[in-house]
Write a protein that binds this ligand. Structure first.
Ligand code: GLN
Ligand code: ZN
Length: 756
């Protein structure tokens, strides 16, 4: 048996690519240095895989920002406004990713969206009427040859034409159907070029196949690949799917001329049934995705080998594969000297997963692997009782009743009462929570972590940052203030560190978008709050001003979705455990005199099942209640805010309203305000602050621009319900752009307010 890796993380095991790119953005290094170092990283990543004994290794899984953006760039799907900047090729690429403001012009970044049900975000390609699709870059070819020079024959990987078209947006009169032939031709050119290199395999990633497909979608897929596969020549083509099962099109895809089909056996609930119902063809290889590319637990060797033994009875050719790209897990446990061995023994990150793949495939060449030490050791591990199991947590979940999920009185009554109490102006201004994490802020944290300063000094510094932050906001004349979140590096890790049951890593970074990485904590046991987490910081901030300062918490669904979850209890149970912990914090804040509390659910949509038919039964039926659990017993006059970002909310807007918050702020500027229609249509009751500018880009929005956005919003949202705020937290931004942006924001709010 052979093994395959769908894709390998590219950010570097110590986030080298992030730091390099950021240096390039700041013009501290030039293009050559950027490229040279990136090349070294690719080499390292290929060699890990080669050395571990991986048979099918990908190339072109490297990216300076995002693979969808790479594909757009490769296909010349570059909107005219970026071409008009006349920048170098790499700078045009980065302008699409991050926006550009400089001598050459002023353009926004392309929209960014969540990549299926992950916390990775892709850049949304934009196809215009005059877009001329053709192969426009040498990246995949160069990277293939680069690997070859190291003696590694890779399988170049591409986002497939179907997924690309399905995720792209079409501007003006451009429509998908006009681009089918051009895109087929471009992909054909790719095949022709790889044929000249005598490459062996090519991988087309088509995760869009695991979504709910219409008849037309399936026809489109068939049209593309019937045509395209005519040009495959001597190259074998692997159709790779992930994040679910291909129930709508399994019978169609096995009839096409693919040489291999990659199926996800972990998130693909029906994958096994599909193979049982219609035999997998003998002339194709099944790439069986049995090693979890999304979670950090060691594989259960018994389960995986049992599954493979079963499959072998039905399928002639099997390659053991990861369930998706390893992009979604951290690099290596070797960076984690501080994890206790009894905890570490349960984990497997990207590099360790390579070893699992090779061990498991090696088993199949042995007489009786079930007696082999590696196998037996793994069986023992899974028999062990888990640490941090807590009976009291289980009990408090059992005791929950319906009332624990309902806040009284009704939202309308609460909102009237709150208007009287807070006496905020119309279109109140606020921010989402964090302020720039300056070098001083980061230094304070790292000194404390390294034990160079004590908790008292650390806190004194944090208090100073808070003081400056409140003063700044008062000077800017913002209406509802925040304390700035200087005590947190990350909205989930911070809470995890203060909840028992969590385990932390030092360097287990995972790419979230571009150069932004997150370090998800790991839910290892039952979750419980041991003591107040944010109260002192919030109380201090509030003591400095007469304006309301929001208490700032992360909600249970987001904490869960941005953690690596356990696999031995349900997501619902984990969400309720965290919900109870956050509820205790909410009540402590309220008791301490905090009148507005924001419970962020930035990642609410993250685990929304890809298929609509699973939305409620598998997710929303517990996710929305988990949020309600946190605030159901606050006083009517306490104002509950929430915040969401990074995804389109139109399709679950009613469910969001059902979270029963008083106010919600969310990301809207980068998705062109389409959410406003959804809000209007469903008579959204929650007061809303759709972000008026994009904080993921360093450009400063003008007053005019914000006035315009607000006026557009007022067409759909009643003036007594509209808030004015940026679209997300400001922690990744610099101070000066933040102050300028907020100054413009407040001025714009005042202009529009006075015009009402
Ligand atoms: N309150 C958080 C912040 O401002 C929210 C972050 C987020 O939505 N990703 O940083
Ligand atoms: Zn946000």
């Amino acid at each position: 048996m052979k093994n395959s890796v769908v894709g390998f993380p590219r950010i570097g095991k110590l986030r080298e690519l992030k730091f390099l790119s950021e240096k390039y953005f700041k013009k501290e290094i030039g293009k050559d240095e950027l490229f040279e170092n990136a090349k070294e990283l690719r080499k390292e990543h290929w060699l890990y895989q080669k050395t571990a004994g991986i048979d099918y290794i990908s190339s072109n899984d490297f990216s300076f920002y995002d693979n969808m953006l790479d594909t757009a760039f490769l296909l010349n799907v570059i909107p005219q406004r970026y071409k008009d900047l006349n920048l170098s090729s790499i700078d045009t690429y980065f302008a699409m990713a991050r926006g550009y403001q400089g001598e050459a012009g002023d353009v926004h970044a392309l929209a960014m969206k969540k990549w299926f049900n992950t916390n990775y975000h892709y850049i949304v390609p934009e196809i215009e009427e005059n877009t001329d699709i053709h192969v426009n870059s040498d990246k995949p070819f160069n990277e293939y040859n680069e690997a070859k020079a190291y003696g590694i024959d890779t399988k170049p990987v591409f986002i497939g034409a179907f997924t690309f078209l399905k995720l792209a947006t079409f501007k003006g009169n451009a429509k998908l159907s006009d681009y089918v032939t051009p895109i087929i031709n471009a992909y054909k050119d790719i095949l022709i070029r790889f044929n000249t290199f005598n490459s062996d395999w090519l991988q087309f990633d088509e995760p869009a196949l695991v979504t709910d497909l219409t008849k037309e979608d399936i026809e489109l897929f068939e049209t593309i690949y019937k045509e395209l596969l005519k040009e495959k020549g001597d190259i074998k083509i692997l159709l790779q799917t992930y994040f679910g099962d291909v129930r709508d099109c399994y019978d169609n895809i096995i009839k096409l001329d693919f040489d291999g089909i990659g199926l996800d056996f972990l998130e693909g609930r029906l994958t096994k049934d599909l193979i049982n119902n219609s035999p997998f063809p003998d002339n194709k290889i099944l790439f069986a995705g049995l090693i979890n590319g999304k979670n950090i637990w060691k594989s259960n060797y018994k389960n995986v080998t049992d599954e493979l033994e079963n499959l072998k009875k039905k399928v002639s050719n099997i390659v053991l594969s990861t369930s998706c790209s390893l992009l979604h897990v951290p690099y290596t446990l070797n960076n984690e000297p501080n994890l206790k061995p009894e905890i570490k023994s349960h984990f497997s990150f990207a590099i360790e997963k390579l070893e699992e793949l090779s061990t498991l495939t090696k088993f199949f060449s042995l007489e009786n692997y079930r007696e082999c030490a590696e196998y037996l050791e793994n069986v023992e591990l899974f028999k062990k009782e888990r640490l941090y199991s807590d009976e009291s947590v289980k009990l408090s979940i059992e005791k929950l009743t319906d009332e624990d999920f309902v806040r009284l009185p009704t939202r309308n009554e609460r909102q009237c009462l709150q208007k009287d109490i807070f006496k905020l102006p119309k279109l109140p201004t606020t921010t989402i929570g964090s302020f720039p994490q300056t070098a001083d802020v980061k230094r304070n944290r790292s000194h404390y972590r390294k034990g160079e300063i004590d908790k008292k000094t650390y806190d004194a510094n944090v208090y100073q940052f808070i003081k400056d932050c409140i003063k700044n906001q008062e000077e800017l004349d913002i209406d509802v203030l925040v304390h700035g979140e200087y005590e947190r590096n990350d909205m989930v890790e911070f809470f995890g560190e203060n909840l028992s049951g969590y385990v932390f890593t030092d360097k287990a970074w995972v790419q979230s978008y571009g150069t932004r990485c997150v370090k998800p904590p790991i839910i290892f046991g039952d979750i419980k709050r041991e003591k107040p987490i944010t109260v002192d910081y919030s109380v201090y901030a509030q003591s400095l001003t007469d304006k309301p300062v929001k208490g700032m918490l992360t909600g249970p669904v987001t904490i869960l979705n941005w953690s690596f979850p356990r696999e031995d209890i349900s997501l619902k149970e984990m969400a309720y455990q965290i919900g109870i912990a956050i509820k205790e914090e909410v009540l402590d804040l309220e008791r301490a005199g905090i009148k507005i509390i924001q419970i962020d659910e930035a990642a609410l949509k993250e685990k929304l099942p890809i298929r609509k038919s699973d939305w409620y039964s598998e997710y929303l039926d517990w996710a929305i209640p988990a949020f309600r659990l946190c605030h159901s017993s606050v006083k009517p006059e306490t104002q509950i805010h929430t915040h969401m970002c990074y995804s389109e909310f139109n399709d679950i807007i009613k469910d969001i309203d059902n979270m029963d918050a008083d106010v919600i702020t969310f990301e809207a500027s980068r998705s062109n305000l389409t959410i406003l229609d959804a809000i209007k249509e469903c008579n959204f009751e929650t007061e809303v602050g759709p972000g008026v500018y994009d904080i993921h880009s360093p450009r400063v929005p003008s007053v005019d621009e914000i006035v315009k956005a607000l006026n557009t919003m007022l067409e759909k949202i009643p003036e007594e319900k509209l808030w004015v705020n940026p679209d997300c937290g400001l922690k990744t931004r610099g101070i000066s752009e933040t102050v300028s942006s907020l100054r413009n924001l407040v001025e714009a709010a005042k202009i529009v307010r006075n015009s009402l």
